[in-house]
Design a protein around this ligand. Structure first.
Ligand code: ATP
Ligand code: MG
Length: 434
């Protein structure tokens, strides 16, 4: 049994392929064209025998079949190679009409219909390609960290203390007690630095985002990394640049056919990403657009969009780093800049209009950390913080880390309009099925 893409290697041989009926067009009693889908794509099968064509009667979309025939090369056809003079073996007939039509190059259905029928919509070659690509991207992210001697970890997702209590959190009933779904593996990855020095995790994170935007989901796939022994903030930036370069280049080398089929354009990529401080960005934004965000502590979505477009145009880079965020907006685990106490050692990596990474150097001095927790109105004695703090009591090197939204990165790398398109079964305010 061959796969559809292997036909090119077997011209004029008799071969068999199997899969799902994608479309069938009966031209006459003696001529029918069937498109069969397998895990690699589509293949055309031509039937010229009335008895074989009869077997296809009442076979609807998704009927499982195998087809045997002679491979022919059709230099001018939509399918370069096809099976001719084919015979068919109907393995499992489908008699229920499909809820959506996937026979065209694009699925023509509104969002709700598409999401409601995701189980079958995913069989569309374009849909399938998004998630084949997603798997390759994830693998390449893993490869980067493996090559740089990071250890992969898996932290719990049911937690007793909301690690990022400023963000919306899902509360759950845990055997009669209150528990939370982890918004990030923040505490756990930091706690593993004194064990492994360098760790990363690819896992689910839960954010009770009530807003319905094209960049937020309530369940996301995140890449988190944490690394001990650093000499300067520039080391952190350099590692992030290397990471992004590696993942984009490697994915392009490996999956250009998928990316091209999905209409993706190769990102503008430079070794060292352009960098701009939050204040300078506010000023530039004011100058170029008249919009004034100088009083804002974080970046407005319109600023993220603006600076990405600006960077692509003037700095030839689809990635841009914004740094020097105000200390007044820092989380308790962030590190205050030594020269300028008004800023945190934090940077955001933006890509094609949105933030994809927040990276920070961490505060590792136990007493300072306790003070920073208190300054944010939290109790360092809280059982959810105690274990975290222990790791700083007992020998923590200077360290940093980042969190990257993989789903958002995939969305932007392919150029999908909505982040929901980059999740198999997206979770948002309205939808928790399928
Ligand atoms: P944003 O301001 O875009 O909501 P954030 O600053 O709240 O993001 P972080 O806590 O810094 O997010 O999380 C790190 C990364 O995880 C973000 O840069 C983003 O790529 C991704 N991310 C965070 N929240 C979401 C979400 N609800 N949906 C999709 N991706 C998200
Ligand atoms: Mg952030």
């Amino acid at each position: 049994m061959l796969l559809s893409w292997e036909l090119s290697k077997h011209v004029w041989e008799i071969v068999e392929i199997r899969g799902w009926l994608h479309t069938v067009r009966v031209v006459s009693a003696n001529l029918a064209f069937l498109i069969l889908r397998d895990r690699d794509g589509l293949a055309q099968v031509v039937f010229e025998d009335a008895n074989e064509i009869k077997k296809l009667e009442w076979c609807l979309l998704w009927t499982i079949l195998s087809a045997k025939g002679t491979v022919a090369e059709m230099p001018k056809g939509k399918f370069r190679f096809e099976l001719q003079k084919a015979s068919v073996n109907v393995i499992r007939k489908v008699v229920y009409p499909s809820p959506i039509d996937i026979s065209k190059d694009e699925i023509h259905a509104d969002w709700e219909t598409l999401l409601e029928n995701k189980v079958v919509a995913l069989r569309h070659p374009t849909q399938m390609k998004i998630f084949k690509l997603a798997a390759i991207i994830e693998k390449n992210m893993r490869a980067f960290f493996d090559q740089n001697w990071f250890t992969q970890i898996n932290s719990p997702k049911i937690i007793g203390f909301p690690t990022e209590w400023w963000a919306e959190v899902f509360e759950i009933d845990y055997f009669g007690r209150k528990a939370y779904l982890a918004q990030s593996p923040q505490f756990y990855k930091q706690m593993m630095v004194p064990v492994f020095e360098r760790v990363y995790e690819i896992g689910r994170a839960y954010r009770a985002e009530k807003s319905n935007t094209s960049r937020h989901l309530s369940e996301i796939l995140m890449l988190d990394m944490e690394m001990g022994f650093i000499d300067s903030f520039d080391d952190i930036i350099e590692m992030t640049e290397k990471f992004a370069n590696f993942v984009v280049k490697q994915t392009w080398t490996e999956a250009e056919h998928l990316l091209t089929a999905l209409g993706a354009t190769k990102p503008l990529l430079v070794d060292q990403f352009p960098r701009i401080s939050v204040d300078d960005l506010h000023e530039l934004m004011l100058k170029e657009t008249g919009e004034d965000y100088r009083k804002e502590k974080d970046l407005a979505p319109s600023e993220e969009k603006f600076i990405c477009e600006y960077s692509a145009k003037h700095w030839n880079s689809d990635f841009v780093i914004v740094d020097w965020f105000p200390w007044s907006d820092a989380k308790f685990y962030h590190h205050q800049n030594k020269e300028n106490p008004n800023i945190a050692d934090r940077a955001d990596l933006l890509f094609r209009g949105v933030e994809i990474v927040t990276l920070t150097q961490r505060e590792v001095n136990y007493q300072k950390l306790v003070d920073q927790i208190k300054a944010q109105g939290q109790n360092p004695e809280h059982p959810g913080l105690k274990h975290y703090l222990d790791s700083f009591k007992y020998g923590m090197p200077d360290e940093w880390g980042f969190g990257l939204g993989i789903t958002r990165f995939i969305q932007k790398l392919i150029g999908l309009e909505n982040i929901k398109e980059a999740e198999l079964f997206p979770r948002d305010v309205q939808r928790i099925t399928p």
